[in-house]
Design a protein around this ligand. Structure first.
Ligand code: SF4
Length: 488
């Protein structure tokens, strides 16, 4: 059969598949289809938009315009021809923790429905959208219009199956002409028996680990195909894998020219536990990963009531201690000019029990961190998306969002003005030099660029520089969350 994978990109609490990331869904699915002997094409939502909405014409933005990120990541393939020959179209879609994306825009169910409804092929929907999807925080998930799809398929192979699919599917990365960071899976589900009130990870799978040798085999294969950027990002907590030190050691040994090796989510509780054992995991991350690395702490709230009522993973004191530990080992600058390994903090609005004092608790702890000159690489503030099956959905839905929405702009702005901006100045003072910064989009006469890796800082540079190129940049100023620089 002739299959086509249509990648509309994915963003989940554990796992990112929005460019410049290439997620695990398309790679595993490709491996599965190839193993079954099917013919396979890969296109993405940008290709579909280019063909359906822009009639195949990609215009250069004028000096007053912004790069059109809706069609920035096209593969260069003829989507029209591919779709006409397709017998079965598998659509990968779903955002559970939507963010702001510099150079891509994930597809939504609402967007793709009119774009694919006329196609004659069989249409199968898969990806996180099977559990609902929402591109905007603070809202309920989008419902699937079932008559558009012939099948809604949960693609959830076992780790034994993935051992094979991941290797076969790695060739998919070759079909993408632009730079991509390979999102790599280490575990599934969440080790906590009862998860956080809002989280969909525990609904998807019990907590299971991928074998170290399978992870290494996949990375080695991707590396042999020319991939050099990796993030061990598809897991709820990197420290929870039983063998994280070995994983890092082996990657570093087998892929000597790796350019980026980063991780993502970490439960602060496990950083504190690791420290009590002599910090083997934290030390290994600093030693074997590349600089600019971040452990994203899902703190969500520093309010003790919100912590209790939502069964959050880490209380304020523990998160603070974990911030201190990572600063102790990871704050020194590495090769690319950024600290080796820092914490990032996620704050979530709209959780059960949220009151006006919640923000005061958040500011109290963030201020303490700042006053003690501890570094946080980034603070992610978002409104919770509410998914069916979660405790939040069952117990209170959007009650707290409705109640407190009027404060959110003020709260967020307080964090941006009074924490983020000051933190940025500590992190990358004027005169700092950041290396290997990749130019991605234009906005008017400014080029926006960032280093390749996990949560990189966005840097605005005056003028229109050639895109998709690497530069070294000297920092000349700070915005609220981004920085200004000049090429050196
Ligand atoms: S710790 Fe909470 S947010 Fe993280 S995966 Fe587990 S349930 Fe989800």
């Amino acid at each position: 059969m002739r299959y086509t994978i249509l990648d509309c990109y994915t963003d989940e609490p554990a796992g990112l598949g929005v460019p410049p990331y290439l997620g695990t869904y398309p790679r595993y699915l490709a491996g599965y289809l190839l193993q079954k002997g099917h013919q396979l094409e890969y296109i993405n939502i940008d290709d579909l938009r280019l063909y359906k909405i822009y009639k195949g014409i990609k215009k250069e933005p004028s000096v007053k315009e912004k790069t059109n990120i809706r069609i920035y990541n096209t593969t260069g393939k003829d989507a029209d021809e591919i779709l006409n020959k397709t017998e079965i179209l598998i659509i990968i879609l779903g955002c559970h923790v939507p963010g702001k994306y510099l150079s891509a825009l994930p597809g939504t169910l609402r967007e793709i429905t009119p774009l694919i409804s006329e196609l004659k092929c069989i249409k199968i929907l898969t990806g996180p959208a099977v559990h609902g999807t929402q591109l905007e925080g603070g809202k309920f998930f989008e419902k699937i219009q079932e008559d558009v799809f012939d099948e809604i398929m949960e693609f959830n192979p076992t780790y034994e199956e993935i051992a094979d699919y991941a290797i076969r599917g790695s060739q998919l990365a070759k079909q993408i002409p632009q730079l991509r960071i390979m999102e790599i899976e280490t575990s599934r589900g969440c080790p906590r028996e009862k998860g956080c009130s809002f989280c969909t990870e525990i609904l998807k799978s019990p907590f299971i680990f991928r074998k170290t040798e399978d992870i290494i085999a996949e990375i080695k294969k991707l590396y042999s195909l020319g991939q050099r950027y990796f993030r061990l990002g598809k897991q709820s907590c990197f420290y929870s894998h039983p063998d994280p030190v070995n994983i890092l050691k082996k990657i570093s040994k087998s892929c000597p020219d790796i350019k980026v090796l980063h991780i993502d989510n970490v439960n602060p509780v496990n950083v504190v536990k690791d420290e009590k054992d002599g910090a083997p995991i934290t030390k290994a991350i600093v030693k074997y990963c590349t600089s600019g690395n971040i452990a994203a702490f899902g703190a969500e709230s520093f309010d003790p009531d919100v912590y209790e009522q939502n069964n959050l993973n880490s209380d304020a004191e523990t998160t603070y201690n974990a911030v201190k530990i990572l600063n102790r080992y990871g704050r020194e600058n590495g090769e690319n000019g950024m600290p080796m390994f820092l914490p990032g903090i996620n704050i979530l609005f709209g959780l059960k029990g949220e009151t006006k004092t919640t923000h005061e608790h958040n500011m109290k702890w963030l201020n303490r961190i700042l006053e003690e000159k501890l570094l946080i690489r980034r603070i992610n503030v978002r409104q919770v998306s509410i998914f069916e099956g979660t405790a939040l959905y069952e117990e209170c839905g959007n009650k707290y969002i409705r109640k407190n929405k009027r404060y959110y702009w003020k709260w967020r702005n307080d964090i941006r003005q009074n924490i983020d901006n000051k933190m940025l100045k500590l992190l990358v003072p004027v005169g700092s030099i950041l290396k290997d910064v990749y130019s991605e989009i234009y906005d008017g006469k400014t080029t926006f660029m960032r280093q390749v890796g996990t949560y990189p800082l966005i840097i605005g540079v005056k003028g229109r520089l050639p895109l998709n190129s690497f530069y070294n940049v000297k920092i000349t100023g700070h915005m609220l969350r981004s920085i200004i620089g000049e090429i050196i």
